[in-house]
Structure formats: C-alpha cells, structure tokens
Design a binder for this molecule. Structure first.
Ligand code: ADP
Ligand code: MG
Length: 255
C-alpha cells in the first residue's frame, strides 16, 4: 500500500462509513476551540486553588498546539476543560462552535464520544481486551456495527503501524505500542479534536520519537491537536506553543 492510499483510507475525519453515526454538532466556520476568560478553581478546605485563571485563546481547525509550563501551572486542568472531562467555574469554552461549558454529564459524555479524542500519559487501555478490541470500544459505545468497527479498528491499527499486533493484549505490548493503540482508540469515532496529556511522559526518548512522528503525520492528515508536554522534542514539533504559568497564559508563539 502506498503512503497516499494509507492516508486516504485512515484519514481520521475523511472517509464516511464506520463511526459516522453522529454528525458533529458544529459549524464548519467555527474554530476548533474557543476559550474565553476560562477559569477553574478547586475548593480546598475553605480556600480556592485557582488552577486556571481566566485564559482566552482560539485553536484554528487543523492547528497543532503544544501547551508547556512548570508542573502545577494548570496544563492538565486546561486540557480537561477543552475535552469536556471537567467544567469551568467561570468563562466558557466552545468546541467547533458548540458551547461545552454548561453541558451536564450525560451531554458531555455523548459530546466527547463523537468529537474529542483523549490520549493520556498512562495509556489506560483495558487489560483484558486485545489491541483491536480496545480500539473498537468507543465505536461500540457509539453503536457502530460489529463488522464496521472491526474494519475501522484494523484500518487505524494499520495507520499507527500495529497491524501485526491486533490480537495482543496491552501486557503483551511495549509502552510505545500501547500508546499507539491508545491513539488509534482516540481516533475511532473521527473526533474534531485530539487532546493529549504528556503522551510521551512514560516513554524512553526513542519510543517517544515514534509518537512525535505519529502526531506530526496525524496533523499533516488534518487532525487538530492540542498536546500538553514537558518533552521539548514534542513541543518543537508543534507549530504553536502556549506557555502557561500559575494558571495563566504568559506566552503564545507560532513558529
Ligand atoms: P499541571 O498539569 O500543569 O501539572 P494541574 O492542572 O494538574 O497542573 O494542576 C494545577 C493546580 O491545580 C495544582 O496546584 C494542583 O495541585 C491543583 N489541582 C489539580 N487538580 C485538583 C483537584 N482535583 N483538587 C484540588 N486541586 C487540584
Ligand atoms: Mg498535568
């Protein structure tokens, strides 16, 4: 198979078919992300931990953005707000023109399933399922037929270079392979937005480099990516770097 064919068949949002059960509730003109005075405070024993303190920014469709900054500056909190895992205490966030800040848990779960792919530092694969079954899981939740989700899972495992590992369980895979399965899973329902929190944090430099190359290929194929990272190599690969400190954006540079 040529690179062109692989791109055409696995491009996360392009092909119709498996997974296309729910049109993203969005307008094409809207940015992938719009955060306005976005804030999250955690109540802690009568005090407030102000983890994110009113940040305003857009992420355009097709952008690749890294978010960097010292430990505890609010990177994960911000990413969880963009990914509708958490809700803000002030301000708003819209994903593809859809205000996600006020969603209840049920709406958020459904929105996430179809619109946001999340990749974590620790992979979080289901240990009892094979690589292919892990990738199928979000499609099963979305009601995709068995045949369609198997075909799509195989296509995605091929895209991340793991077609020969589809029957392996997570414990039979290396860390880098597990992360590639997790990335394939995140793409299963053709999300608008791929979010990753320290995706190379558990990996050695060489394996991390494979993940960085995969993200670059995904972005070149049209996926909008926001990645939180300590990894300078990973941040360098992004076209834009947002620097955070004490819950605020202190620098936003496009390279
Ligand atoms: P980073 O990802 O940049 O290391 P986080 O977003 O995880 O930072 O955390 C930002 C701040 O919010 C930290 O001071 C952290 O201790 C605090 N924090 C994070 N999650 C919670 C929580 N669930 N309850 C209380 N404080 C929290
Ligand atoms: Mg973090």
């Amino acid at each position: 198979m040529s690179a062109g064919e692989r791109r055409a068949s696995a491009e996360p949002r392009a092909a119709a078919g498996a997974g296309a059960t729910d049109a993203p509730a969005s307008s094409v003109a809207a940015p992938a992300v719009r955060a306005v005075s976005l804030a999250r405070a955690y109540p802690m024993g009568g005090e407030q931990v102000r983890a994110v303190r009113g940040v305003t920014f857009d992420v355009a469709d097709g952008e690749y953005v890294a978010v960097v900054g010292p430990s505890g500056c609010g990177k994960s909190t911000l990413l969880n707000l963009l990914g509708v895992i958490d809700r803000p205490t002030a301000g708003s966030v819209a994903v593809r023109g859809r205000d996600v800040s006020a969603m209840n848990d049920r709406e958020a779960t459904r929105f996430r399933l179809h619109n946001v792919g999340f990749v974590f530092q620790r992979f979080y694969l289901m240990p009892t399922l094979s690589a292919r079954e892990n990738v199928e899981l979000p499609m099963a939740e979305a009601g995709v037929s068995r045949a369609d989700r198997q075909a799509r899972a195989r296509e995605l495992l091929r895209y991340v270079g793991l077609e020969a590992r589809e029957r392996h369980r997570p414990s039979q895979l290396s860390g880098g392979e597990q992360q590639r399965v997790a990335i394939a899973r995140a793409l299963a329902n053709r999300p608008t937005l791929l979010l990753a929190d320290e995706p190379t944090g558990e990996l050695d430099a060489r394996t991390g480099a494979e993940i960085i190359a995969l993200f670059e290929r995904l972005n070149a194929d049209g996926t909008t990516i926001v990645v939180v990272t300590h990894d300078e190599e990973l941040a360098r690969a992004a076209r834009r770097v947002i620097h955070m400190k004490d819950g605020e954006i202190v620098r936003d540079e496009t390279c």
